[in-house]
Design a protein around this ligand. Structure first.
Ligand code: URA
Length: 432
């Protein structure tokens, strides 16, 4: 018999629960023995009172124990590295990092999610590729990582079922933005997926969960702590999401940009992030290289074409055709032009994400279908000088009406001024 009322009351009063009590609550909720209203009340108590590091670890551990786990490292006989991004606008990073890392001889097997709201999901982007299968069996997944070096599939329902149920509850009870709950949700899935070392990309800015560097650092510290308690190495990069990442926002457009980037022709901010993340992953892998050597190898994989070859091998192995000319194009493309001379002082990530969502590139509810062809190319970014009439962005739309609304929305996302804003790179901080 789980004394849920007492446990809610104690968390509400700021008292710590034991590991066994937290496990009772989480596993009881997953089984259906603890009703939604009690779990929601507990999440709200956590929102106000927080959880200690030990309690957050106990929560994460119980969530992992709610389902199956995967030991990819044992199956491959290799040390396995994994990455995760907290999500943002135009975040196609795994699509480029996977091929770079695989080209350097480090196996990359990743489970990814779908997008919701203004943030896109890696699986949706991959489904722009004709024939690509996001659902492999675990056996097929392991075999592909072993034979091809790279696979990206959907999160299987067997891993961390507690998170699926808890996240759905948090989503409708205003308890998503709670650090210990976000940290345990992300880390339970990463730890259950079996990565020996994990590089986390915590996005910061108006298009991200975390609006400030301080908030992001707190979350990052919690996740690094969870990794240590689980005996894994975790490095968190805090990266800029105050403007969209790269130029492309929208599924097929982002696939093209990822391909351009691994061929050496990507936008500077996205290229920098891909190389930095790849270098970190290589440095944590079993190659035995440091960060500088990792960076050099990642750059070589881009320069010598081996990352592009790894991409093509991966997509073919997973049933898709890597030819970019087969990606769908939107029927209507409209320019968004600058109304004055000046410099881009701001390009709101959230506003661009919302405009892409309105075009049909994302989904408002889990049931919505998405249009893979539509989206926005932000050709000018923060700090770029522009002359009146210059193209700031392109809108790729299904029809003229949608294009017209998106042009107005994208124009509203750009702020032009006389003075360049303070410059900073994509990497804001590192927590390890
Ligand atoms: N991403 C997750 O996987 N879980 C959260 O709670 C928030 C972001």
């Amino acid at each position: 018999m789980i004394r849920a009322t007492e446990l809610i009351e104690r968390t509400r009063n700021g008292e710590e629960l034991s590991d066994a009590e937290i496990a009772d609550l989480v596993l009881g909720f997953t089984r259906g023995d603890v009703p939604d209203y009690q779990m929601a009340a507990w999440c709200m108590a956590v929102y106000f009172k927080g959880l200690s590091g030990r309690e957050t670890h106990a929560l994460t551990d119980a969530m992992i124990r709610s389902g199956a786990t995967l030991d990819l490292g044992a199956a491959l006989g290799r040390r396995v590295v994994d990455k995760h991004s907290t999500g943002g606008v135009g975040d196609k990073t795994s699509l480029a990092v996977g091929p770079v890392v695989a080209a350097c001889g480090v196996p990359f097997g990743k489970m990814s999610g779908r997008g919701l709201g203004h943030t896109g999901g890696t699986l949706d982007k991959l489904e722009s590729i004709p024939g690509y299968r996001v659902e492999l069996t675990i056996e097929e997944f392991i075999a592909q990582v072993r034979d091809v070096g790279l696979a990206i599939i959907g999160q299987t329902g067997d891993l961390v079922p507690a998170d699926k149920k808890l996240y759905a509850l948090r989503d409708v009870t205003a308890t998503v933005d709670v650090d210990p709950l976000i940290a345990s949700s992300i880390m339970s899935k990463k730890l259950a997926g079996g990565g020996d070392a994990i590089v986390l990309d915590v996005k910061v800015g108006d298009g991200a969960f975390m609006r400030t560097v301080d908030q992001a650092r707190n979350l990052a510290e919690r996740m690094v702590d969870l990794g240590k308690r689980a005996g894994r190495e975790v490095v968190c990069l805090l990266t800029d999401m105050d403007q969209p990442l790269g130029s492309a926002v929208g599924n097929a457009l982002e696939i093209r940009e990822a391909m351009d980037t691994i061929a050496g022709h990507g936008p500077p901010d996205f290229t920098e992030l891909v190389l930095e993340l790849s270098a970190r992953l290589l440095a944590l892998s079993d190659l035995g290289v440091g960060l500088d050597e990792g960076r050099g190898r990642a750059e070589s994989a881009v320069a010598d074409g081996s990352a592009t070859e790894a991409y093509a091998r991966w997509i073919r192995a997973q049933g898709g055709d890597p030819d970019p000319s087969l990606l769908r194009n939107a029927p209507v493309v409209r320019d968004v032009t600058a109304a004055r001379d000046g410099v881009v002082t701001r390009l709101g990530a959230l506003a661009i994400g919302a405009a892409a969502l309105d075009l049909g590139a994302g989904r408002r509810t889990k049931e919505d279908s998405i249009d893979h062809a539509v989206g926005i190319m932000c050709t000018k970014k923060r700090g770029d000088a522009v002359a009146r009439g210059d193209v700031l962005a392109e809108v790729h739309a299904r029809d003229d009406d949608m294009a017209a609304s998106a042009v107005a929305a994208v124009l509203g996302a750009y702020e032009l001024g006389d003075e360049a804003p303070p410059e900073h790179g994509i990497l804001l901080d590192v927590v390890s």
